[in-house]
Design a binder for this molecule. Sequence first.
Ligand SMILES: Nc1nc2c(ncn2[C@@H]2O[C@H](COP(=O)(O)OP(=O)(O)OP(=O)(O)O)[C@@H](O)[C@H]2O)c(=O)[nH]1
Ligand SMILES: [Mg+2]
Length: 718
Amino acid sequence: MAGGPNNDGVDQARVRNVVLVGPRASGKTALTEAVLLENGAITRLGRVEDGSTVSDHTEVEKRLGHSVHLAVATTEVTDAEVTGGARVRLTVLDTPGMPDFVGELRAGLRAADAALFVISATDGVDAGTRILWRECAAVGMPRAVVVTHLDQPRADFATALADLQSAFGAGVQPLYLPRGDGIVALLSQTLRTGSAGARTVTALDASDSAATADARANLVEAVITESEDEGLLERYLEGEEVTFETIVADLEKAVARGVFHPVVPVSPLDGSGTAELLELVCRAFPSPAAGATPSAYGTNGGTRPALDPSPDAPLVAEVVKTTSDAYVGRISVVRVFAGTLRPDSTVHVSGHLAQFSGRDEDAVWHADHDEDERSGAISTMLGAGLTTVGEARAGDIVAVAHLAHAETGDTISDAAQPVVVEPWDFPHPLLPVAIRARSSIDEDKLVKGLARLQAENPSAMVLVDPETHQLVLWTMGDQQLELLLDGLRTRAGIDVDIEPVKVAVHETVRAIAKGTGRHVKQSGGHGQFAICHIVVEPLGVGEGFEFVDEVVGGSVPRQFIPSVEKGVRAQLDKGVTGYPMVDVRVRLVDGKSHSVDSSDAAFQTAGALALREAAAAAGVQLLEPVDEVEIVVGDDFVGAVLSDLASRRGRVRGTESAGSEGLTKVLAEVPALELVRYTTALRSLGHGSGSFTRTPLRYAAVPVHVQDRLTGAVAASD
Ligand SMILES: Nc1nc2c(ncn2[C@@H]2O[C@H](COP(=O)(O)OP(=O)(O)OP(=O)(O)O)[C@@H](O)[C@H]2O)c(=O)[nH]1
Ligand SMILES: [Mg+2]
């Protein structure tokens, strides 16, 4: 067993956990590769295009040419110039930029103590990244910006910087400027050229100093503005000289406080800027001891004291990702927030939110599991590579084998002092598809396959719809759906078919009407005889079903009255146009029986027939579920969202500020029939800035054209 990094003598204050976030294809995976090469963790720079990177190590990522999973790479920063001589252990969390995989992004944010926003100079900041920046700002997460793709013909650093400053606001200032052959360090006024192991640093000549003077002045002033020495800015503006050391110290503090955000130009493909970025991470980003920790609760509720991020405290860790390996079995990627996790020790695993309907009050708190388990081997990760280590201490991110019941979002704690941490903000999957096993063999394997899918993808959800009885897979979008089905096929050998999702439409009747059910078969053998007369009446929405016995004189014998009701109920479940019938009163007013041929079954049949006839006479009105929808979208796209809602028969109740600059909240009532694929529609309407929640509100009568479509559909499928 290697003398693992966790007892490798690296001081916890020198641990750095950094998540890379940013738009699709901005260069996060390439940057991870450059950082690993710079640190000597790899000897050859992998390329995304040929599937040879450390992060995009799964078959599907190599095939698609982009990340879909959170990837973790732990390495030691070896360059003493970069670390100032200390030993620093850096864990990079590389996240997918595609919106469908936001669950992986959220897991990465949870495990990290600081974020690097990776922005391509040619593609800029998308709406989703703007929102993410604000979310990080709201929790005070330290963050800096890396600008890539500067080697591209259309790229211009000044334009990219202006875009960043308008998108991210105050405190965004370049620490370095790109220059053809290297980068210029503004504070030290030096030019840095070359790459890992062959770097030269030379002082700027007079003309370069003059050319960068404004940028340097803006940087210095921005840093001093954030200085904890309140009088410093005034003194500086009055002409007092501020030393390089003071500026650097204030800069590092302001970054760690999350109020100042240096911009570093990096070219991941040739390594330029990587060492400078590492220097910023090592010196200015916080250690886990300084980072935020989640709130903790007792496993039966009740708050617990704030977590103590020291290795000697009781163990509290969280599963941020769950995968499985053909040899090792289940692997839990764990961030330790307090205490020390050891291999082969008994820990307590507390579940997370088990299920939801979009309404928090329906959230079930760790209902599914809450038990002790024995941990297996502990390893640091380098993409798919695992290095066994002796322990994991507060601040470490490691892979733990054999926690058979642990799922993403679960808490791992000291078995003697079990706790559960507050869950992070799981994205709500809102794109449903109905799935069905292709064969009975697949059927048997499906439950197990879906359980694993669920444990590994908390941003997806599998539910059996209580009304339509369909098995519904809820995902974040089509790409995630494709990935999950691909996983079922390739990893679990299960083929499923996709069906259109049914919305739980109901029937009711429009008017009061009579109906007769006549079930008479008396031609030889045991006859059947049952006649019943009913009156059907509409009830209010949500009033359910009422059966009224108004039989007099025994026209329907007492023992067969429940049979009529049973038959009526069976027909209600089926409906008469293919949807369950609700909110009706059925009055059994009369009937006829035969002393020999009448039976429970005969009167059930007659009851069903009577309802069908009465409903046809009364006229069937379909009722559809209407959801309350709350949409948050960039201000520029509100108009498009509103007119689209109108085309979906939506009723807008109002718009208001979403409480975050540049975002508007739209409140509306929209038929569920029109929301099935709203996730994808909103993504293009809002250019990536849109998100929504939906909550079942009520049932309402569908308009004629929709009813024709629905009954036409049923007729077509019969
Ligand atoms: N020319 C150039 N290409 C770059 C640069 N950075 C990344 N690339 C290329 O851009 C493409 C996308 O880079 P990735 O690293 O996969 O981007 P990503 O941010 O990880 O993308 P997702 O995984 O989809 O979120 C790859 O082909 C990279 O080789 C750069 O600075 N210059
Ligand atoms: Mg990637």
